[in-house]
Write a protein that binds this ligand. Sequence first.
Ligand SMILES: *[C@@H]1O[C@H](CO)[C@@H](O)[C@H](O)[C@@H]1NC(C)=O
Ligand SMILES: *[C@@H]1O[C@H](CO)[C@@H](O)[C@H](O)[C@H]1NC(C)=O
Ligand SMILES: *[C@@H]1O[C@H](CO)[C@@H](O)[C@H](O)[C@H]1NC(C)=O
Ligand SMILES: *[C@@H]1O[C@H](CO)[C@@H](O)[C@H](O)[C@H]1NC(C)=O
Length: 459
Amino acid sequence: MHLSAYFGLVSFAVAAVAAPSGHYGYSSRAVSNLKSHIKNVVILVMENRSFDNILGGQTTPGLDNPLHNGPFCNPYNLDDPSEGEGCTAPKSFDSVANDPDHAIYGNNIQFFGEFVPDNDAIASGELTPSNKGFVYEQMRKYEDEADTDDLVTQVMHYYTEDQVPVMTSLVKNYLTFNYWHSDIPGNTNPNRAALTSGTSYGHGLNDDDFNNHALPMRSIFEQLTETNHTWVNYVDPDGGTGPDAGFYSWTYDTGNDDKIVELADFYDDAAAGNLAELSYINPSCCGVGTTSMHPSGLISDGETLIKSVYDALRSGPQWNNTLFILTFDESGGFHDHVPSPLAPRPDDKTFTLETPNGEDYTFPFDRLGGRIPTLLISPWVEKGAVEQKGTNHDNKTVSYQATSILRTLGSLWDFEPFNPRVEYAPSFEHLITDTARTDTPEALPEPDPFKQVGVRPRV
Ligand SMILES: *[C@@H]1O[C@H](CO)[C@@H](O)[C@H](O)[C@@H]1NC(C)=O
Ligand SMILES: *[C@@H]1O[C@H](CO)[C@@H](O)[C@H](O)[C@H]1NC(C)=O
Ligand SMILES: *[C@@H]1O[C@H](CO)[C@@H](O)[C@H](O)[C@H]1NC(C)=O
Ligand SMILES: *[C@@H]1O[C@H](CO)[C@@H](O)[C@H](O)[C@H]1NC(C)=O
């Protein structure tokens, strides 16, 4: 039996508060509403930015960001706060020249103030993240390469509405999740695997297994093919991320790698009404000239990609049944003031790596990564909505997370959660409204290339 039938009536009172449509997660009404209106899902996963970094300057009421609730400050030196501090403030660089640390140990020091925090104390709730180590870690890594003000700006400052007009228009016109976390406090490919399969299968770094199609677990791509649903993984040929469908041995062993195609095809397919049920887009990464927003790639070049994808969907014949999910892989070492919650382990795997102080750290995959921007873009979501936390199958109020996508796609395309992490995630089918909007913008504004700010040279 599908979970929706089981939890239908009982969760109404709990979730109705958060749900603008009056629907609620897992209810049969919300699921059938989702199924009747959404035929095409488009997922674009950008790179390495936190919620506070990208959406910190958005004025839409209700967003939990530095503009509304800050400033938030981090000491230069975790051991001696008297040395000074750097705080959240408006305006960051178009190109962030010094890529912040976001290895698992980098996240450890940013969140917990130490490279090797006590896992048992974290699991028991005794040790909670303070999110005070972002400036310290940026200075530790780059103090010889840039001055302190620039390093603080890089990790603590946020983009103003004017700097990111594309994101601003999306926030004002569609739905933004206030509390959405990446699955793993670590690098890209583990997070991209978790987004598409619910686990990184013990991988904590971008190791060769991803490029060698060596991941053995079930992915959304395998799931859809086996149940006669269609998908295509579009890839920017400039490379640098994914293709995420290519991580899995199943994709190549079964000859489904022909569904990995160049991004240019997306625009043709969108115009012709030929988009598959799931379109999954990999942007290019990571330097100047790439489109994922990964440092030192320009924010404005990332906005150009987002606008191109949106404009193609909006003007295409499938728009009326499309749900475009815009999200990020991870928070990339950029400051965010919201601590990352605990979450169930997806499997029994652990990952061990050596930290900069010489000690090993073993990560049990029992907590989420940093808070990241995620938006639902569709004629079937409320204008300018801000979604708070979700209600999961266990009636718990929890933050949304990367695996909330798999949880919701399970409602749409009838599959059970792949593992306990996916099962735990709150789904969001209740955010799909009953009636389609007719006031959605036909095109997004032109991005603002403020490149001269980004390349401020080292003096
Ligand atoms: C974010 O940034 C670094 C590269 O600077 C990676 O190690 C992370 O995994 C992630 N992105 C990519 C593309 O790997
Ligand atoms: C998928 O399609 C094939 C061929 O038409 C059919 O045999 C199979 O039962 C279908 N599977 C599902 C899960 O619908
Ligand atoms: C989409 O819906 C709008 C509003 O109902 C309608 O005007 C438009 O013709 C529809 N577009 C397509 C391609 O069906
Ligand atoms: C969810 O909450 C309702 C009442 O609020 C309860 O009847 C139901 O058993 C709960 N479900 C779970 C899985 O705890």
